[in-house]
Design a protein around this ligand. Structure first.
Ligand code: ADP
Length: 528
C-alpha cells in the first residue's frame, strides 16, 4: 500500500475502510467505492469494472453527474478490449492521462459529443486483492492535467482497501448463489432428501420427502430419521475419530411411506454444514423398478429352466434316437433334415445354458462340475460345430495347436461354449473367404486360447465395454444378437480364475484371447 503522509488523507482512508466493511452486497460495495474515491475530487465521472476469477468482466458501476448507473456488456467488453481500463489490467499498472484527446487508449463514449468531447484528464488504476486483479477503477476530471502523483497514491490506497471489500463481497455472492442453487436442487429433487442432526433428528426435508412419506413437513421436523429408515441407526452409530467421513455411506434399505407401506430404496448419506452446524444429508432413491426387474429375471430364469431346458433335452435325445433308428441306406434328405434339427436344437441348448450360467455366475455361484479338460479335443469339436457357418461364408479356418497342452480342471461344457461363442462371432463378423485362426499358447502358468479373424476389428474405446451385458456395436449390421455372448464368456473365464480380452490384429480384424491358469506345482507323493 502506498505511504500516505497527509493527515486528512488518512482520515479519508479511515472512513473508506469503515464504510466498506459495513456491507457484503457487491453492488453496494462498488457504489461506495466510487462515491468515496470521487468525493473530494469534483470528478466528472468514474467507473469501476469488477473482474471474475478468469479475468473476465463480471460487473460494472458508473458514476456520472452524481448518479449511479450500470454499463451494458458491450460497453464493458469494448473498454476492456481496447480501452484504457483494459490496458491497465493487462499491464498491471496505474496510468495518469494528462489529456484524454491525445491518447489512443481513450475510447470516446457515444454520449461524448459537443462540449463533452473536450479534452479531460483521467486516472485509471488496478484494484488488487490477494495478488489478483479483481477490478479496475477509472476517474475522469473535466480539466486536463488535473491528476497528480499524490492523487494517484491516495486512490491506490483506496483501491487496495476496495479490493479486499470486493473480494469478500464476491465470495459472499458466490456463497449465496451456491446456497440458492443447493436449495433449488434440494426442493426440485425427485428423491426424498432429509437433513438431520448427527443424532438423527430431522431438521429439514424437501417436498418429495413430505409427499412420499405422506406426512406433513411439520410432523417430519419432530421425527427421527430412524422412524423412517430402520437401518439409519447403523450410520448414526458410527462415531469417534474421523466420524464425519465415516458417516458417508451408500446402502440399501426401506423407507416408510404412506399407509404403513415400505419402499425399497438406496440411501446415500453425507455430512453437510447446515446453518453452521455439522449435519447429515440423507437421499432416498426409489429402487422398486430395479427390484421388480430382479424379480422378473429370477422368474425368467426359473421359466427357462423348467419350461425350456427339459423339453429341449427331450427333443435332442429324441432326435438322436431317431437318427440311430433310421434304417441304413434310408433317404439322404431325411438324414440331412435330422442333422439340421439336431444342430439347431444343440444351438438353442447352448443359448439356454449360457443364459442360466450368466445368472448363476453373477450371483456368485461357484463352479461345481470341474473335470480334467482336454483342450485340444475341445477346440477340434468347436471348429466342427461351427463348420456349417464356416462353409456358408467359405471361410478358411486354421488351427495352431502346440505339441503338448498341460491338463487343467474346468467345466468342460462351459469352456466349450466360450470357444464356440468366439468362433461364431469371428465367423459372423468376418467377410466371406477370409481366414479365422484358432490356437493355443502355453505360457509358464497359464494357457492362452485365441481366436483371430479378418473382420472389422473392435474400436479401442469399446474393447472393455463389449464384455458387458447387452452391449452391441454397429447395431445397423445385419447380424442379430442380444449382446450376451461375450458377457457370458467373461463370467465363465473369470469363474475359472482367468481373463478375457481383445486386441486388434495388424491389418484388420480382432484377436480375442482368454487365459486359463494352471498349476506347475508337482504333487509330492510319500516315498516307499
Ligand atoms: P452379439 O454377437 O450377440 O451381439 P456378443 O456379446 O457376442 O453379442 O458381442 C458383442 C458385440 O461385440 C457384437 O455385437 C459385435 O458388435 C462385437 N463383436 C464381437 N465379436 C466380434 C468380432 N470378432 N469382430 C467384430 N466385432 C465383434
Amino acid at each position: 500500500m502506498p505511504i500516505i503522509e497527509d493527515r486528512s488523507q488518512l482520515e479519508i482512508l479511515y472512513n473508506v475502510s469503515r464504510q466498506l466493511a459495513a456491507s457484503l452486497d457487491l453492488h453496494e460495495v462498488l457504489a461506495r467505492v466510487l462515491l468515496l474515491s470521487t468525493g473530494n475530487l469534483a470528478a466528472e465521472r468514474a467507473s469501476l469494472v469488477v473482474l471474475g476469477s478468469a479475468g473476465k468482466p463480471r460487473d460494472a458501476v458508473i458514476l456520472y453527474k452524481g448518479g449511479l448507473s450500470s454499463a451494458s456488456r458491450e460497453t464493458i467488453n469494448a473498454v476492456m478490449r481496447s480501452g484504457l481500463a483494459g490496458w491497465v489490467v493487462r499491464h498491471r499498472q496505474p496510468v495518469i492521462l494528462e489529456n484524454t484527446r491525445a491518447d489512443k487508449r481513450w475510447l470516446a463514449r457515444p454520449y461524448e459529443k459537443g462540449v463533452e468531447s473536450e479534452p479531460k484528464s483521467a486516472l485509471c488504476l488496478p484494484v488488487n486483492a490477494r495478488e489478483r486483479i479483481v477490478g479496475v477503477l477509472t476517474i475522469v476530471h473535466p480539466q486536463p492535467g488535473y491528476f497528480t502523483e499524490a492523487h494517484l497514491k491516495l486512490q491506490q490506497a483506496i483501491a487496495d482497501l476496495a479490493g479486499i471489500a470486493i473480494h469478500n463481497a464476491q465470495l459472499y455472492e458466490d456463497a449465496e448463489n451456491n446456497r440458492i442453487l443447493y436449495r433449488k436442487l434440494f426442493e426440485g429433487s425427485p428423491d426424498p432428501i432429509f437433513i438431520t442432526t448427527l443424532d438423527g433428528k430431522i431438521i429439514d426435508c424437501n417436498r418429495q420427502a413430505a409427499l412420499r412419506s405422506g406426512l406433513k413437513r411439520r410432523s417430519l421436523l419432530t421425527s427421527s430419521i430412524t422412524s423412517l429408515d430402520p437401518l439409519a441407526t447403523n450410520v448414526l452409530a458410527r462415531t469417534g475419530a474421523g466420524s464425519k467421513r465415516s458417516k458417508s455411506a451408500i446402502y440399501e434399505s426401506t423407507l416408510r411411506i404412506k399407509e404403513h407401506q415400505v419402499l425399497p430404496v438406496e440411501v446415500s448419506t453425507a455430512p453437510v454444514a447446515y446453518r453452521d452446524h455439522d449435519c447429515l444429508q440423507w437421499i432416498f432413491r426409489d429402487i422398486s423398478a430395479r427390484r421388480d426387474l430382479e424379480a422378473l429375471r429370477d422368474n425368467l430364469t426359473a421359466m427357462i429352466y423348467h419350461d425350456l431346458r427339459s423339453p429341449l433335452a427331450n427333443i435332442i435325445s429324441g432326435l438322436e434316437l431317431l437318427s440311430e433308428t433310421l434304417p441304413p441306406g434310408s433317404d439322404h434328405s431325411s438324414q440331412q433334415l435330422l442333422q439340421i434339427a439336431g444342430r439347431s436344437s444343440a444351438h438353442m441348448q447352448r443359448l439356454v445354458s449360457s443364459l442360466l450360467d450368466i445368472n448363476r455366475l453373477e450371483s456368485g455361484e461357484e463352479l461345481t462340475r470341474l473335470e480334467p479338460l482336454q483342450l485340444e479335443k475341445l477346440l477340434n469339436e468347436s471348429v466342427e460345430i461351427i463348420s456349417p457357418l464356416e462353409r456358408s461364408k467359405q471361410l478358411v479356418v486354421v488351427k495352431q495347436l502346440p505339441g503338448e497342452v498341460p491338463e487343467i480342471k474346468a467345466d468342460e461344457d462351459m469352456i466349450r461354449r466360450v470357444i464356440i461363442n468366439l468362433l461364431e462371432n469371428a465367423a459372423r463378423y468376418s467377410p466371406p473367404h477370409s481366414r479365422v485362426v484358432i490356437g493355443i499358447n502355453v505360457l509358464a502358468n497359464e494357457i492362452i486360447v485365441f481366436v483371430e479373424d479378418q473382420g472389422t476389428g473392435i474400436p479401442e474405446d469399446a474393447r472393455e465395454r463389449i464384455f458387458e451385458k447387452y452391449v452391441r456395436l454397429g447395431v445397423d449390421n445385419a447380424s442379430r444378437g442380444l449382446g450376451l455372448g461375450l458377457a457370458f464368456c467373461r463370467l465363465a473365464v473369470q469363474a475359472h480364475g482367468g481373463k478375457i480380452w481383445v486386441e486388434n490384429v495388424h491389418k484388420s480384424g480382432s484377436r480375442f484371447m482368454f487365459s486359463l491358469p494352471y498349476s506347475t506345482r508337482q504333487e509330492i507323493t510319500p516315498e516307499g
